[in-house]
Design a protein around this ligand. Structure first.
Ligand SMILES: Cc1cc2nc3c(=O)[nH]c(=O)nc-3n(C[C@H](O)[C@H](O)[C@H](O)COP(=O)(O)OP(=O)(O)OC[C@H]3O[C@@H](n4cnc5c(N)ncnc54)[C@H](O)[C@@H]3O)c2cc1C
Length: 439
């Protein structure tokens, strides 16, 4: 079944969807709700749109979603600020000698399934503005204090006490989700994954001035990774080499109860890299310390449910979790934001198919369609990290392809919208029967 490339004007469904959080998950859910005929409104705690974060990745399965927006105009805008590795590929180095064991080629460009790696804040701004352009109401500076639902409605309470009512509430409020506690009926705290990343994004000023590092900045975009025991260091230059960005994953057992993003210390990074290829320390030493972030990687076991009133969860089946609030990812999957997008697309299609009178069936079907796939993709973050951190270099010598970043068809070729269109009716019918059995 062909899926339209633009915003097909579907008949209005009369479903008011309240979305909490204007991250990529919430914004995509809202845009897709408009495409499917619903009426979304977003509540976001941030007082204004800010260019926050550093590198973020969207795989081809996300590119397919962006490419359908505004006749491809949104994807073209994202392309302009994203890395272009057509010529350079990905150089994978052995951690100590620095030798390049393989140059992983970049797959040919495909306008239907583009790939984007760029600054999170810049890409986010493009999506945010598109949601506004579509007429999505985005209410900033409103921290949602509580969620509520009845048989016939669901809503939120803002911190100033204002109650907002709709048909569905989507808790896309990120890894520190409040919605999660409400949906589950208990507080599920994230655990430390045992790893953290230091990450930074800065201008190439010092890098290009140094004869040893200017190679990364003078001929366009580059991507290099050094793989070692329990550590990997990924370094890119973007925007024709004018911006530099690196991410270093390393062991870290710190308690992440209170916060997991701190200012980083360059001396600690250098310490971890002391026996590594000296080029790594060279790159690190070009980093302005105030641009260094120490980001603890949180992990949680898959939640038993993402939907209120489903399985063991209390409630009436009108509140759901989406994106990081339902399933945080490790960066080594490079799929966290992409899976949040797939959630939003799937939810919007299934709500249209289920209709205003069967919200519970629609939300249950959303979980049933998404749950297994997301859990499997989540696992790839661990398997890639462990594959890299436990590399047998003798084996890699014989088979250098074995160390490449995995590009798996079952993840990348997935078309979330087409899939929801194809399986939606049957899964909604099954999920609706389970609603009736519980009622
Ligand atoms: C500031 C920031 C910087 C990030 N930087 C990076 C990065 O550099 N690289 C990377 O790979 N990933 C980054 N991420 C995470 C990445 O955006 C997500 O993993 C992914 O896009 C999934 O998005 P999400 O919409 O599920 O969650 P998020 O992107 O975390 O969005 C959740 C949103 O909900 C809002 N929110 C939370 N609680 C409430 C509340 N009670 N009321 C109203 N609003 C609320 C938050 O302010 C946030 O905007 C960042 C996230 C944030 C919020």
């Amino acid at each position: 079944m062909a899926v339209p490339q633009t915003n097909g004007a579907k008949p209005k469904t009369g479903i008011k969807v309240i979305i909490v959080g204007a991250g990529f998950g919430g914004l995509t859910a809202a845009i897709e709700c408009v495409r499917q005929g619903h009426s979304p409104v977003i509540y976001e705690a941030f007082p204004s749109l800010k260019i926050l974060g550093d590198i973020i990745s969207f795989g081809p399965n996300a590119g397919r979603i962006f490419a359908r927006w505004k006749d491809g105009e949104i994807a073209r805008a994202m392309r302009k600020v994203s890395i272009d590795l057509t010529a350079y590929g990905f150089n994978i180095h052995k951690w100590d000698t620095g030798e390049v064991v393989i140059n992983q080629k970049t797959p040919p460009k495909n306008d239907e399934t583009p790939v984007f790696n760029g600054h999170r804040g810049e890409l986010h701004e493009i999506v945010f503005k598109y949601a506004k352009e579509l007429g999505v109401e985005i209410v900033l500076n409103q921290r949602v204090g509580n969620y509520w639902e009845t048989e016939n409605a669901a809503g939120i309470t803002l911190e100033d006490g204002t109650r907002v009512e709709g048909d569905v509430v989507v808790g896309s409020d990120g890894v520190r989700s409040k919605a999660r506690t409400l949906v589950l009926g208990y507080e599920d705290k994230p655990k430390s994954s045992g790893y953290a990343v230091w990450r930074s994004w800065f201008s190439n000023k010092d890098m290009i001035a140094d004869p040893e590092t200017k190679q990364f900045c003078e001929n366009g975009d580059t991507f290099n990774g050094w793989i070692g025991p329990d550590v990997h260091f990924l370094f890119s230059t973007l925007k024709g080499g004018s911006d530099c960005c690196w991410v270093l994953t390393h062991k870290d057992e710190h308690d992440i109860d209170e916060s997991w993003s701190f200012p980083g210390k360059l001396s600690e990074v250098k310490d971890v890299l002391k026996d590594w290829d000296p080029m790594c320390t060279k790159i690190i030493s070009k980093t302005p310390e105030e641009k260094l972030v120490d980001w603890k990687l949180v992990y949680r076991d898959p939640l038993p449910t993402w939907v209120s009133g489903y399985g063991s969860a209390p409630g009436h089946g009108r509140i759901c979790l989406l994106g990081d609030s339902a399933h945080p990812f490790l960066p080594t999957s490079a799929q966290g934001a992409t899976q949040a997008l797939e959630d939003g697309v799937t939810l919007a299609v299934l709500l249209r198919k289920a209709g205003k009178d069967n919200i519970r069936g629609g939300l249950r079907a959303y979980q049933d369609v998404r749950y297994e796939r997301v859990s499997k993709v989540q696992k790839t973050g661990e398997t890639t990290r462990d594959m890299w951190h436990n590399t047998d270099w003798e084996k890699v010598k014989k088979n250098p392809e074995s160390i490449q970043f995995p590009r798996e068809d079952w993840i990348f070729a997935h078309d979330a919208e087409k899939h929801a269109e194809e399986v939606g009716d049957e899964i909604i019918a099954k999920a609706s029967t389970s609603v009736d059995q519980q009622a």
